[in-house]
Write a protein that binds this ligand. Sequence first.
Ligand SMILES: Cc1cc2nc3c(=O)[nH]c(=O)nc-3n(C[C@H](O)[C@H](O)[C@H](O)COP(=O)(O)O)c2cc1C
Length: 227
Amino acid sequence: MQAATATRARGSDRGDAKSLVRGYGLPVSPRILVIVGSQRPEPRLRALAGVAAQSATNAGGDVELLDLATLSLPVMLVGDAGQDELPAIQRVRKTAREADGFIITTPEYHGSMSGALKNWFDFLYEELAGKVAGVLATTGGGSGDMSIAAVKTSFQWCHGFVLPFHAAATDPSLVEEASMTPRVRARVERIGHDVVRYARVIRPAFEEARARAAEGSLSGFAGEHGT
Ligand SMILES: Cc1cc2nc3c(=O)[nH]c(=O)nc-3n(C[C@H](O)[C@H](O)[C@H](O)COP(=O)(O)O)c2cc1C
């Protein structure tokens, strides 16, 4: 996968009516948005994101990669309508809205996710609800648990579902794709496959429940999001 701001690699033809999942119009090839959450121009994280993106493509996903370091997003200001007009913010919201699932990658910064990634979350809420995310991290030696837990918490607080499995590359020298350990690579590949697998199930279930909002509590939390 190219290290562009937003790169798309098609898994299969999304326009084929036979490829629609029953009940909700989600194609068998769900859209997966890969977020590279580093604040370095040449992040090590990109190698991890590339392996995950390739595995999601192999699983049939329609994969797009968004590199936050290239976006120049301003810090989110509550109530600043001018921010809504900025192309970078419109891009963040559009790519998230269109996605059926996410692979979210972060460097561990001071025991948490990067500021750039938290800022990405702050521009979003509705766009993440009822979708699934897999989480990957790079660290300078820490376990990655802190940053991974922070990303999972924020995604869940936006009413998304997270995979109960994650991966961290804890030694920066092992993050380069050529020198990635087989164990890290295998975990990252599993996450790429699983995000596609569960996006096909979770998004349709959420959309079906959301369409039942008028039935009150029968629609579960999806009903809180209206139709
Ligand atoms: C501001 C800052 C804070 C960091 N905090 C931690 C930390 O708490 N724990 C850790 O293991 N590494 C920490 N690191 C190291 C990065 O996690 C590590 O270099 C990572 O590989 C960077 O990934 P990237 O190249 O994709 O940006 C920090 C780095 C920066 C720049």
